[in-house]
Ligand binder design. Structure first.
Ligand code: ZN
Length: 307
């Protein structure tokens, strides 16, 4: 059987929120089979648990936020991406502020934390959402066009293409394809950092956003170049980060996907619209488990490679 996964032991991290600039502590705890990923605001008395589901996503401006009736957590996508990349099904996330810490702007610190805690196989089958018919969302035309879609696949691949019309971005690869079954998430995707432009910073700050953002947790660009002195971590780091984000955004489904995802200029909002479009089409997907791990797509049964 292809089994569900949690972590072996509890682990902790401290950092600041990218948008709030607030200091925040998170504790990642093992959880029983079929729990899913659950956020718990430990700083609010009587806060309702927030299970990660597509319909719990309440805000997708600049970051993905999930809410219960009386609590919310924002900027969950990089932690969710690490969980998707390592195939973690069940996890309790205690958090003492409104925003997940940005750490170095990528998912690598979360991967390191989860790997250090150790992955534990559980006595229950992983339940996948298998896409059986194409589903697409599309917005705008010409230079405003953006789209995202799922196509059926016995596996999980993501293809992302960006177009910023910025010399520093255009100088690197604009399109990246990643195959989850390769087991190379930690190495090829997890270290790609979030990015921003100095011309947007003032507007963001005036709106109370990006207060914790800077050169140590983002790639920052002026009108024509990258300002980080140590440059980029990857060829196509920008497009790779969009795949990192998409993996996190799509993992709020609550189940791992079997699908080919492809997108052009998509973002948190459109990725969530795509999930909702899929859920609105019960004829376009089904749940599947693999009683024999050998029937799962190549690479899915193995524990992911570290670095
Ligand atoms: Zn991101």
């Amino acid at each position: 059987m292809l089994q569900q996964r949690t972590i072996k032991s509890t682990t902790q991290a401290v950092g600041v929120g990218l948008h709030s600039g607030e200091r925040v502590e998170i504790t990642l705890r093992p959880a029983p089979a079929n729990t899913g990923i659950v956020f718990r605001r430990v700083d609010i008395v009587g806060a309702e648990d927030i299970p990660v589901r597509a319909n719990m996503v309440s805000d997708t401006r600049m970051a993905s936020t999930i809410s219960s009736s009386n609590a919310k957590v924002q900027t969950i996508e990089h932690l969710m991406s690490a969980c998707a990349g390592l195939g973690i099904d069940n996890l309790i996330v205690d958090i003492n502020a409104e925003e997940v810490p940005i750490l170095d702007g990528s998912a690598s610190a979360f991967v390191f934390l989860l790997q250090s805690a150790g992955l534990e196989l559980q006595n229950a089958a992983r339940r996948f959402v298998r896409v059986t018919k194409p589903v697409e969302v599309r917005l705008g035309e010409g230079k405003q066009l953006k789209w995202a879609r799922f196509d059926p696949l016995h596996g999980y691949t993501l293809k992302f293409e960006i177009e910023f019309g910025h010399p520093a971005v255009d100088g690197t690869g604009q399109a990246v394809t990643f195959d989850y079954g390769s087991g190379r998430y930690s190495r090829d995707i997890a270290r790609a950092r979030t990015f921003g432009f100095t011309k947007d910073f003032e507007m963001l700050r005036n709106n109370g956003l990006a207060l914790g953002g800077g050169l140590d947790n983002a790639i920052v660009m002026d009108d024509d170049k990258v300002l980080n002195l140590d440059g980029l971590r990857y060829d196509a780091e920008f497009a790779r980060h969009k795949i990192l984000d998409a993996m996190g955004d799509l993992y709020v489904l609550g189940n791992p996907l079997l699908a080919a995802y492809s997108a052009f200029r998509s973002g948190h909002a459109m990725n969530n619209q795509l999930l909702r479009a899929l859920l609105d089409r019960p004829d376009a997907w089904e749940y599947v488990t693999f009683e024999r791990a050998a029937d799962a797509p190549a690479g899915f049964a193995e524990l992911p490679q570290a670095w």
